[in-house]
Design a protein around this ligand. Structure first.
Ligand SMILES: Cc1cc2nc3c(=O)[nH]c(=O)nc-3n(C[C@H](O)[C@H](O)[C@H](O)COP(=O)(O)OP(=O)(O)OC[C@H]3O[C@@H](n4cnc5c(N)ncnc54)[C@H](O)[C@@H]3O)c2cc1C
Ligand SMILES: *[C@@H]1O[C@H](CO)[C@@H](O)[C@H](O)[C@H]1NC(C)=O
Ligand SMILES: *[C@@H]1O[C@H](CO)[C@@H](O)[C@H](O)[C@H]1NC(C)=O
Ligand SMILES: *[C@@H]1O[C@H](CO)[C@@H](O)[C@H](O)[C@H]1NC(C)=O
Ligand SMILES: *[C@@H]1O[C@H](CO)[C@@H](O)[C@H](O)[C@H]1NC(C)=O
Ligand SMILES: *[C@@H]1O[C@H](CO)[C@@H](O)[C@H](O)[C@H]1NC(C)=O
Length: 558
């Protein structure tokens, strides 16, 4: 009996070994074919062995996790992990990586800073290679020209710091979170607290270097104006691998002013928000006042022992003014008196220090902190976005606030538009949310608790609030911001209905610019190699789909 059990066990162990062998040799064979292919693309063996990682390499997981910025995707299952990670150290490597991924017929995912809210730069349902750009992060600033070349793997913090080192009166209009990557941020639009004065990051892009589907390194001239237009807000990952952008720097004053004031419902917060809606997109372009709306526990001064905490809404007004504090004070007391801003709320500082404060560093932080590529604590995140074209009436705001209190866990961020945004035509870049927008809403849920129960709760809350907001936001289409990636608004399975599927989210992100993006895509990448869950589809698929439908109908009618 014992020997019987033993031999079964041995047999079983053999079976496990065999499985293991099949699995490993499969993994190795993808690795080998990729590496062999790279050697034919004139990349020296000594360099290849330093940049290609299979899951068997010890540092595979740490490389993968280093730029995962959303904890929801940190412990991804085996199926959604890359088969290979490749970390080029030269721009010329990228050409070979594109060609070889194509040759071995895998999907390519491209990651720069890894801040995609849905993690689509580093996870996939199909076998894929992840191209990680973090080694390509050179920044060269030309102070005389007031321009810079920035490689895709650089972060916003590194860019701001490097500009600052060369000049205290130059800056760049881009996002407020210093660990965001240039590659995704700029190719998706890119906005920050100088948007009303200078527009988006893409409104200040002069040139780019891109590796196309044929492994050619192109610049603005050789890629042509159509592709150059498309990568300024249409999402880089549909068109190629962005190596670098050349940007126009902008002039910032020696001294800027910052304030952050909080108002609760019992301090007339609702009236202040009403006035904010009428002012924030029309006031002097030098002033940007972001508004955060959060359900919080009321600070009850005379709290009765054992009584339940009461909930309220906190409205936080955070501002950057490109000027001094007395000019700011007279502007705000004249046009936005409801805020009740006082001189002691206003802090004058250098532009670089305002970046640190906006990034939630304390006021002792030094500019070098912007070089830190590790973000704050890793949280579970979900974001959604909306655009508001008409001020929301006071009674409706009150009902929204009550809804937020009853939900309890979702915050809203209102970012005012107007100014420069009104002057730029809707089709100047793929980013269409321009004149007529009063403000953008970011829906934000952040949480700490792991597990599916918590996830389900937060996701259903944020979706509930989004649905509640329907009457107050843009319609036909209900617009959304590409860089606040939200797979709820539609995904593409890249099959025969790819064009129709793409149109659903594409119209929301790009309005009518979607049609031009499809044309450019069909020219630049007709085989649809550069694809992801929300990429721009090609036209060729649609012809195919039409024929498929036609034949299916013919079949069915028989
Ligand atoms: C904490 C936080 C704060 C944020 N703050 C702001 C803000 O203030 N303003 C704002 O506008 N946005 C903001 N965002 C959104 C941010 O702009 C987008 O998530 C942006 O796409 C991130 O770029 P990335 O390179 O870091 O991300 P990644 O995840 O690396 O990439 C995002 C997308 O771009 C593609 N991509 C990346 N690199 C390349 C490349 N080299 N070539 C082609 N395609 C590429 C990816 O495949 C993916 O589809 C914030 C996001 C987070 C998480
Ligand atoms: C990964 O492992 C292979 C096989 O051991 C090795 O040749 C290669 O150099 C490793 N890659 C890196 C980037 O260390
Ligand atoms: C990932 O999973 C491991 C093992 O379950 C756990 O210990 C770790 O905390 C998780 N990491 C994150 C960031 O959630
Ligand atoms: C709120 O508004 C009322 C009426 O306008 C006013 O009397 C009161 O002083 C305001 N409260 C605060 C805290 O500003
Ligand atoms: C970088 O930031 C992380 C997270 O905030 C922190 O733990 C670390 O100490 C910082 N590193 C440096 C060199 O400042
Ligand atoms: C996450 O947990 C930390 C530590 O417990 C806490 O300080 C932080 O406020 C929490 N963040 C959120 C969004 O809940």
């Amino acid at each position: 009996m014992v020997t019987m059990a033993c031999s079964y066990l041995i047999l079983f162990l053999h079976f496990l070994l065999l499985l293991n062998f099949i699995f490993l040799s499969h993994a190795t064979s993808i690795y080998d074919s990729f590496v062999n292919c790279l050697t034919t693309k004139s990349i020296p063996q000594s360099e290849i062995s330093k940049i290609v990682y299979s899951p068997n390499n010890l540092s595979f997981n740490s490389i993968l996790q280093a730029y995962i910025r959303n904890r929801r995707f940190f412990n991804s299952s085996k199926t959604s992990k890359p088969a290979i990670i490749v970390t080029p150290t030269e721009e010329s490597h990228v050409a070979g990586i594109v060609l070889c991924t194509k040759e071995i017929k895998l999907q390519l995912k491209i990651r720069s800073g890894g801040h995609d809210f849905e993690g689509i730069s580093y996870i996939s349902d199909v076998p894929f290679i992840m191209l990680d750009m973090f080694n390509l992060r050179a920044i060269s600033i030309d102070v005389n020209d007031e321009t810079a070349w920035v490689q895709a793997g650089a972060t916003l913090g590194e860019l701001y710091y490097n500009i600052w080192m060369k000049s205290e009166v130059l800056g760049f209009p881009a996002g407020v979170c210093p660990t965001v990557g240039i590659g995704g941020h700029v190719s998706g639009g890119g906005y920050g607290n100088m948007l009303r004065k200078f527009g988006l990051s893409v409104d200040n892009v002069l040139d780019a270097r891109l590796v196309d589907v044929n492994g050619r390194i192109l610049d603005r001239k050789s890629m042509g104006e159509d592709v150059f237009w498309a990568i300024k807000g249409g999402g880089g990952a549909s068109f190629g691998v962005i190596l670098a952008f050349k940007i126009q720097l902008v002039q910032v004053p020696q001294t800027v002013t910052y304030f952050k004031v909080e108002r609760f419902l019992d301090q007339n917060a609702t009236d202040i928000v009403v006035q904010w809606q009428n002012v924030a997109s029309k006031i002097d372009n030098n002033l940007f006042i972001r508004l955060l709306i959060q359900p919080v526990t009321a600070k009850n001064k005379e709290k009765v022992e054992g009584a339940e905490d009461t909930k309220t809404i906190r409205a936080t007004f955070i501002a950057l003014f490109l000027g001094d504090s007395s000019t700011l004070m007279s502007l705000v007391s004249k046009e936005f008196p409801a805020l009740g801003l006082t001189k002691k709320d206003c802090f004058q500082m250098r532009w670089i220090d305002s970046i640190l404060l906006w990034a939630n560093f304390d006021n002792t932080a030094r500019p070098e902190a912007l070089l830190n590529r590790t973000g704050d604590s890793l949280l579970f995140l979900k974001r959604k976005s909306d655009y508001v074209l008409e001020p929301i009436p006071k009674d409706k705001l009150e009902s929204i606030f009550q809804k937020m209190i009853s939900l309890g866990k979702v915050g809203l961020v209102f970012n005012p538009y107007g100014g420069r945004m009104n002057e730029i035509p809707e089709d100047e870049t793929p980013f269409p949310h321009r004149a007529g927008i009063i403000f953008k809403i970011q829906y934000s849920a952040n949480w700490n608790e792991s597990g599916l129960v918590a996830e389900k709760d937060y996701l259903s809350q944020i979706r509930d609030l989004y649905s509640y907001m329907t009457p107050f936001v843009s319609k036909n289409p209900r617009q959304a911001y590409l860089n606040y990636r939200d797979l709820d608004i539609g995904t593409n399975d890249q099959g025969p209905h790819s064009l129709e599927e793409g149109r659903i989210y594409g119209i929301k992100y790009f309005k009518n610019n979607f049609n031009r993006l499809v044309k450019v895509k069909s020219m630049a990448d007709p085989q649809n190699f550069f694809k992801n869950e929300q990429s721009i589809p090609t036209q060729t698929h649609s012809i195919h789909a039409k024929w498929t439908r036609k034949y299916r109908r013919m079949f069915q009618s028989r």
